[in-house]
Design a protein around this ligand. Structure first.
Ligand SMILES: [Zn+2]
Length: 384
């Protein structure tokens, strides 16, 4: 028996059994406009099945294809397992069939692997010597390894997979540090990175900097134990040039501790904004006078006041959030002018000391998280 309907949607049985052919044929039968002739509930009723049970039965025992809907890549008809699949496909531009999709993913993955190997080759060939690293880069790398190195020290795990601890106080500084290491050829993307984190683009590949693994090119050249190499290099520079070479990095860490706390305090009140130069300038000025632990006090109060302002004035969240900058500045100036004893805050348990801060303040300067409680310039005048 052959009707016009069957030409439109061909049903293929994959099993045999009582009623099987009739159930599947009726399920897939469409009129000339492509509309299904019977409802699933009606067919189910004839066989004592619920619509859901009938759908599962058909899916397990048959598929259908239309002569009008073919894979644009291999031209084979697309197989449908359910009416929903067919209707979704009929209503949009046809995508490739499952086989082609798989083949395309495999081809893309091979291309990604090829590009990663090429980059690896280039990174190992052009590997810079540790003496050409800036002091900051040596410290970034040491902090990154301490936080995220694999047990054999050959790879650095994806930052997005690190459960405990932070590389630097903020994502911004994380990315700044990673990019500095990457652009100088000190680290490169590991070919063992998940290929789903990498996309092929016209220029080669693109990826989220947090979602790929890294390798240290020095390690591939066989530089010896990398911690020792880096620590020796930094200590040599410290003994020649004095601890002041760390000062700028200390200021940067303190600034980012405050930016992170500002973000945290605002989000506790469901507020937030994109900080810019003005916020950075105000925080830097505050950090000239007070250590991070006390600037936290100004930040926390400003966020609380912004939340109260938001509720009282019925203003926008963005407007309320932006009042914190002026408020921090005012509090800092008042405290200074009146010589107030500003209460020092403790570290927020959600924001532990970062790996970068530990390397600088604990390992290299030999203090116990002093960057949090002591003014940077005082710390260095003691050191000096
Ligand atoms: Zn195909």
């Amino acid at each position: 028996m052959k009707s016009g309907n069957e030409q439109y949607l061909v049903c293929v049985l994959e099993a045999e059994g009582p009623d099987l052919e009739e159930i599947c044929t009726r399920y897939w039968a469409v009129d000339e406009a492509g509309a299904f002739i019977e409802t699933v509930t009606a067919i189910g009723k004839s066989f004592g099945l619920t619509a859901a049970k009938l759908g599962r039965f058909v899916k397990e025992n048959s598929y259908a294809y239309s002569l009008d809907i073919a894979c644009p890549r291999c031209n084979r008809p697309i197989a449908f397992r359910s009416r929903a699949e067919f209707q979704a496909e009929a209503n949009r531009i046809t995508k490739e069939c499952e086989d082609c999709k798989l083949e395309m993913v495999q081809q893309k993955n091979q291309e990604k692997e090829r590009q990663l190997r090429e980059r690896q080759q280039a990174a190992i060939e052009e590997c810079p010597d540790v003496t050409s690293f800036t002091t900051e880069q040596c410290i970034y790398l040491l902090a990154l390894l301490k936080l995220a190195a694999t047990e054999d020290m050959m790879e650095i795990s994806e930052l997005s997979t690190i459960q405990y601890g932070m590389f630097t106080p903020t994502k911004d500084l994380d990315h700044q540090a990673l990019k500095s290491l990457l652009h100088s050829g000190i680290i490169y993307i590991s070919p063992t990175s998940h290929l789903t984190s990498i996309e092929i683009t016209e220029k080669g590949i693109s990826y989220y900097i947090d979602s790929v693994r890294w390798r240290v090119s020095l390690q591939d050249k066989g530089c010896g134990p990398i911690y020792a190499v880096l620590e020796d290099e930094i200590r040599q520079r410290l003994s020649c040039q004095g601890p002041a070479i760390l000062m700028e990095l200390c200021h940067e860490i303190s600034l980012h501790e405050c930016l992170a706390f500002l973000d945290e305090s605002l989000s506790e009140h469901r507020l937030g904004y994109e900080y810019g130069e003005k916020t950075v300038a105000v925080l830097r000025a505050a950090l000239e006078q007070y250590p991070v632990a006390k600037v936290y006090n100004f930040i926390w109060r400003s966020a609380r006041d912004a939340a109260a302002f938001y509720q009282r004035k019925q203003t926008s969240k963005a407007h309320a959030s932006r009042t914190v900058v002026g408020s921090i500045e005012r509090q800092c100036q008042q405290a200074l002018a009146n010589s107030w004893d500003v209460k020092a805050y403790k570290r927020n348990f959600r924001m532990p000391q970062s790996s970068l801060s530990r390397v600088v303040f604990n390992t290299l300067l030999g203090t116990d998280d002093a960057g949090f409680n002591i003014l940077i310039k005082e710390l260095f005048s003691r050191e000096g």
